[in-house]
Design a protein around this ligand. Sequence first.
Ligand SMILES: Cc1cc2nc3c(=O)[nH]c(=O)nc-3n(C[C@H](O)[C@H](O)[C@H](O)COP(=O)(O)O)c2cc1C
Length: 155
Amino acid sequence: MNITVLYGTETGNAEMLAEDVAAHLEGAHEVACTNLSDFAPADFDPGQFYLVICSTYGDGELPASAKPFAEAMEAEMPDLAGVHFAIFGLGDTEYEDTHNFGSRIIAEMLQARGASQIGERVLHDASGGDMADDLAMDWADSVVELAAQQMKEDA
Ligand SMILES: Cc1cc2nc3c(=O)[nH]c(=O)nc-3n(C[C@H](O)[C@H](O)[C@H](O)COP(=O)(O)O)c2cc1C
Protein backbone atom coordinates (compact mmCIF):
# COMPACT_ATOMS: atom_id res chain seq x y z
CA MET A 1 0.00 0.00 0.00
CA ASN A 2 1.09 3.59 -0.59
CA ILE A 3 1.06 5.35 2.77
CA THR A 4 1.75 8.95 3.74
CA VAL A 5 2.26 9.71 7.43
CA LEU A 6 1.37 13.37 8.05
CA TYR A 7 2.20 15.08 11.32
CA GLY A 8 1.27 18.32 13.04
CA THR A 9 3.58 19.32 15.88
CA GLU A 10 4.64 22.19 18.12
CA THR A 11 7.61 20.76 20.03
CA GLY A 12 8.46 17.62 18.07
CA ASN A 13 6.64 14.77 19.82
CA ALA A 14 4.29 14.12 16.91
CA GLU A 15 7.23 14.29 14.49
CA MET A 16 9.19 11.64 16.41
CA LEU A 17 6.13 9.43 16.62
CA ALA A 18 5.37 9.86 12.90
CA GLU A 19 8.95 8.84 12.04
CA ASP A 20 8.65 5.76 14.26
CA VAL A 21 5.33 4.78 12.65
CA ALA A 22 6.79 5.29 9.16
CA ALA A 23 9.82 3.14 10.04
CA HIS A 24 7.50 0.46 11.46
CA LEU A 25 5.49 0.29 8.20
CA GLU A 26 8.42 0.53 5.77
CA GLY A 27 9.40 -2.68 4.07
CA ALA A 28 5.85 -3.98 3.84
CA HIS A 29 4.62 -0.69 2.29
CA GLU A 30 5.73 2.36 0.33
CA VAL A 31 5.86 5.01 3.07
CA ALA A 32 6.47 8.76 3.07
CA CYS A 33 6.54 10.95 6.18
CA THR A 34 5.65 14.64 5.82
CA ASN A 35 5.13 17.62 8.11
CA LEU A 36 1.70 19.22 7.57
CA SER A 37 3.60 22.49 7.15
CA ASP A 38 5.00 21.05 3.89
CA PHE A 39 1.70 19.61 2.67
CA ALA A 40 -1.02 21.41 0.68
CA PRO A 41 -4.68 20.35 0.35
CA ALA A 42 -4.11 19.92 -3.40
CA ASP A 43 -1.50 17.23 -2.59
CA PHE A 44 -4.14 14.73 -1.39
CA ASP A 45 -4.17 11.65 -3.63
CA PRO A 46 -6.87 8.94 -3.35
CA GLY A 47 -4.16 6.38 -4.17
CA GLN A 48 -2.48 7.03 -0.81
CA PHE A 49 -3.66 6.09 2.66
CA TYR A 50 -2.98 8.95 5.09
CA LEU A 51 -2.01 8.35 8.71
CA VAL A 52 -2.31 11.69 10.49
CA ILE A 53 -0.62 12.29 13.86
CA CYS A 54 -1.42 15.66 15.43
CA SER A 55 -0.92 17.24 18.86
CA THR A 56 -2.90 20.01 20.58
CA TYR A 57 -1.35 23.24 21.76
CA GLY A 58 -2.28 26.54 23.41
CA ASP A 59 -5.86 26.37 24.62
CA GLY A 60 -7.17 23.52 22.47
CA GLU A 61 -5.54 24.83 19.31
CA LEU A 62 -3.71 23.19 16.46
CA PRO A 63 0.06 22.97 16.86
CA ALA A 64 2.10 25.49 14.85
CA SER A 65 3.06 23.14 12.03
CA ALA A 66 -0.60 22.28 11.29
CA LYS A 67 -1.93 25.85 11.22
CA PRO A 68 -0.95 26.80 7.63
CA PHE A 69 -2.50 23.54 6.39
CA ALA A 70 -5.77 24.29 8.25
CA GLU A 71 -5.83 27.82 6.83
CA ALA A 72 -5.27 26.47 3.31
CA MET A 73 -8.09 23.93 3.81
CA GLU A 74 -10.45 26.77 4.75
CA ALA A 75 -9.36 28.90 1.82
CA GLU A 76 -9.28 26.21 -0.86
CA MET A 77 -12.23 23.99 0.19
CA PRO A 78 -10.78 20.96 -1.66
CA ASP A 79 -12.98 18.01 -2.64
CA LEU A 80 -11.49 15.05 -0.75
CA ALA A 81 -13.98 12.40 -1.88
CA GLY A 82 -12.12 9.11 -2.29
CA VAL A 83 -9.38 10.06 0.20
CA HIS A 84 -8.95 7.72 3.20
CA PHE A 85 -7.27 8.71 6.44
CA ALA A 86 -6.82 7.59 10.03
CA ILE A 87 -5.89 9.89 12.87
CA PHE A 88 -3.95 9.68 16.14
CA GLY A 89 -4.00 12.58 18.58
CA LEU A 90 -1.33 13.59 21.08
CA GLY A 91 -2.66 15.50 24.07
CA ASP A 92 -2.79 15.66 27.82
CA THR A 93 -5.79 15.31 30.16
CA GLU A 94 -4.17 18.00 32.34
CA TYR A 95 -5.95 20.18 29.77
CA GLU A 96 -9.26 18.56 30.59
CA ASP A 97 -11.52 20.97 28.70
CA THR A 98 -9.52 20.82 25.49
CA HIS A 99 -8.10 17.31 25.55
CA ASN A 100 -7.02 16.33 22.04
CA PHE A 101 -8.93 19.12 20.30
CA GLY A 102 -6.16 19.41 17.68
CA SER A 103 -6.72 15.94 16.24
CA ARG A 104 -10.48 16.53 16.40
CA ILE A 105 -10.16 19.76 14.39
CA ILE A 106 -8.17 17.98 11.66
CA ALA A 107 -10.51 14.95 11.57
CA GLU A 108 -13.61 17.13 11.27
CA MET A 109 -11.96 19.28 8.63
CA LEU A 110 -11.07 16.29 6.45
CA GLN A 111 -14.48 14.66 6.87
CA ALA A 112 -16.27 17.92 6.06
CA ARG A 113 -14.50 17.91 2.69
CA GLY A 114 -15.56 14.33 1.93
CA ALA A 115 -12.59 12.24 3.13
CA SER A 116 -13.36 8.89 4.83
CA GLN A 117 -11.97 8.18 8.29
CA ILE A 118 -10.72 4.64 8.89
CA GLY A 119 -11.02 3.39 12.47
CA GLU A 120 -11.55 5.43 15.61
CA ARG A 121 -9.49 8.54 16.42
CA VAL A 122 -6.97 7.49 19.09
CA LEU A 123 -6.48 10.00 21.90
CA HIS A 124 -3.14 9.72 23.64
CA ASP A 125 -2.86 11.18 27.14
CA ALA A 126 0.62 12.33 28.16
CA SER A 127 -0.51 12.11 31.82
CA GLY A 128 -1.75 8.54 31.41
CA GLY A 129 0.12 5.27 31.66
CA ASP A 130 0.34 4.33 27.97
CA MET A 131 3.40 5.03 25.86
CA ALA A 132 2.41 6.85 22.66
CA ASP A 133 4.69 4.55 20.63
CA ASP A 134 2.96 1.40 21.89
CA LEU A 135 -0.50 2.73 21.08
CA ALA A 136 0.58 4.13 17.73
CA MET A 137 2.13 0.92 16.37
CA ASP A 138 -1.00 -1.08 17.24
CA TRP A 139 -3.16 1.68 15.75
CA ALA A 140 -1.08 1.79 12.54
CA ASP A 141 -1.25 -1.98 12.05
CA SER A 142 -5.00 -2.11 12.57
CA VAL A 143 -5.94 0.89 10.41
CA VAL A 144 -3.66 -0.21 7.56
CA GLU A 145 -5.46 -3.57 7.52
CA LEU A 146 -8.89 -1.89 7.63
CA ALA A 147 -7.90 0.58 4.92
CA ALA A 148 -6.68 -2.18 2.61
CA GLN A 149 -10.15 -3.75 2.71
CA GLN A 150 -12.03 -0.44 2.49
CA MET A 151 -9.94 0.95 -0.37
CA LYS A 152 -10.43 -2.28 -2.34
CA GLU A 153 -14.21 -2.07 -1.82
CA ASP A 154 -14.30 1.61 -2.76
CA ALA A 155 -12.11 1.22 -5.87
C1 LIG B 1 1.64 25.04 26.41
C2 LIG B 1 0.97 23.71 26.15
C3 LIG B 1 -0.39 23.69 25.84
C4 LIG B 1 -1.05 22.45 25.62
N1 LIG B 1 -2.40 22.45 25.37
C5 LIG B 1 -3.05 21.26 25.27
C6 LIG B 1 -4.46 21.22 25.11
O1 LIG B 1 -5.16 22.24 25.07
N2 LIG B 1 -5.07 20.00 25.01
C7 LIG B 1 -4.36 18.82 25.06
O2 LIG B 1 -4.96 17.75 24.97
N3 LIG B 1 -3.00 18.84 25.21
C8 LIG B 1 -2.34 20.02 25.31
N4 LIG B 1 -0.97 20.04 25.48
C9 LIG B 1 -0.24 18.75 25.52
C10 LIG B 1 0.46 18.45 24.18
O3 LIG B 1 -0.47 18.19 23.14
C11 LIG B 1 1.37 17.24 24.36
O4 LIG B 1 2.42 17.59 25.25
C12 LIG B 1 1.95 16.72 23.05
O5 LIG B 1 2.71 15.57 23.30
C13 LIG B 1 2.80 17.76 22.34
O6 LIG B 1 3.19 17.22 21.09
P1 LIG B 1 4.08 18.06 20.06
O7 LIG B 1 5.45 18.16 20.65
O8 LIG B 1 4.08 17.22 18.82
O9 LIG B 1 3.44 19.38 19.83
C14 LIG B 1 -0.31 21.24 25.69
C15 LIG B 1 1.06 21.28 26.01
C16 LIG B 1 1.69 22.50 26.25
C17 LIG B 1 3.16 22.50 26.63
